[in-house]
Ligand binder design. Structure first.
Ligand code: CA
Length: 357
């Protein structure tokens, strides 16, 4: 997109009234789009999330071989595209097809599809009740294309829906000679997201990278935006750091220890914990065990946006009788400020219908 068009869209966005939803002071974040209904990170799923009234739409970001940012959750293409059919010889020794080994032009040749694994030559969907793998045609989008979709919809609907991008695996990208965070900030700046008052949260699991953003990258660009520290369990190995050439899992244990929220508040504006860090897993119905995380985060001045609330059969925690109860537990019993959900319509409707106290 040309710069003048970007400037025009930015100006149009600024003239709009602030978001109308944010019902009951809570925000609904469409996790990878309306991913309960359409393939994650498809533009169709993002448009659907916008129409459903989400306050923010999430973008996971990884880099291509030619340094373009694409909206994909994994560092690999295997589970959400037909890459193994289109480029059968391009996997690494581990059998995986890495985004960073493909140019954008090559990735544009792929069909994006519902998340699945191949078992005995057949696609096995991660969530069997959702959109079927291999149906219809979806494409991988660049970060720019997705922002233009959301800003365009903001103009045509008069609703200002925000961005909630995630910088994926900065250490992996740095090890491959790329500075993914700098690239993300360049795009955000081009499209007018530069201040804390803009409708944007930038999230990352890697605390070292968030500190680098706050202390170096943002001030160097004259930018000051909202940062969110995602929280994981060390054993999940979501975040790898490098000792020489060897990737080792980042040790997240300090984040669940007393005083951690104060430490995070020195460089971030919010936290994105896993739901099991707020309501103890195995809590019996009606006798929920809440961790002190939300209170401590609020005391430190941080907002709390846990992930991920899902309504699929078999994915509801045993302590919640239904999805609306799950929403009530997190939004009004635990008191979080917003939720990541694959079902933004259900969360928006729940908030709109709930009587204001
Ligand atoms: Ca994410």
């Amino acid at each position: 997109m040309t710069r003048w068009l970007a400037a025009l869209l930015t100006a149009a966005m600024a003239s709009l009234t602030p978001a109308m939803s944010m019902a009951q002071g809570k925000i609904v974040i469409a996790h990878r789009g309306a991913s309960g209904y359409l393939p994650e990170h498809s533009q169709a799923g993002k448009a659907m999330a916008h129409a459903m009234g989400a306050d923010y739409i999430e973008q996971d970001l990884v880099m291509t071989r030619d340094n373009r940012l694409v909206v994909l959750h994994d560092l690999t293409l295997d589970q959400v595209s037909d890459v193994a059919r289109v480029f059968p010889r391009r996997c690494r020794d581990d059998g995986r097809y890495y985004v960073i080994d493909f140019t954008l032009e090559e990735i544009r040749q792929l069909t994006l599809t519902e998340r699945h694994e191949i078992e005995d030559g057949r696609p096995m969907p991660r969530f069997p009740g959702r959109f079927p793998p291999g149906m219809s045609t979806f494409r991988v989008s660049t970060f720019e294309e997705e922002i233009e979709l959301i800003q365009g919809l903001n103009q045509s609907t008069g609703r200002t829906v925000g961005l909630y991008p995630e910088i994926k695996s900065p250490a992996f990208h740095r090890h491959a000679g790329r500075d993914i965070s700098a690239a993300v900030l360049d795009v955000l700046q081009t499209y007018g997201y530069t201040r804390r008052s803009d409708r944007l949260y930038l999230q990352c699991f890697d605390p070292e990278e968030l500190r680098r953003l706050r202390r170096e990258l943002l001030p160097a660009r004259g930018m000051d935006i909202n940062l969110v520290q995602l929280m994981a369990k060390t054993a999940w190995e979501t975040t790898m750091v490098y000792r020489g050439d060897k990737p080792v899992p980042y040790d997240f244990d300090w984040m669940l220890a007393p005083g951690a929220m104060e430490t995070i508040a020195a460089y971030a504006d919010g936290v994105g914990p896993w739901i099991g860090m707020i309501v103890t897993e195995g809590s019996p119905r009606g006798r929920l065990v809440f961790a002190p995380l939300v209170k401590e985060a609020h005391a430190a001045g941080l907002v709390v946006h846990p992930y991920t609330l899902r309504a699929d059969m078999g994915h509801l925690p045993p302590y919640a009788a239904d999805f609306e109860t799950l929403l009530d537990i997190f939004l009004f019993q635990a008191g979080v400020d917003g939720v990541f959900t694959d079902f933004p319509d259900r969360a928006v409707n729940y908030l709109l219908r709930r009587p204001t106290p």
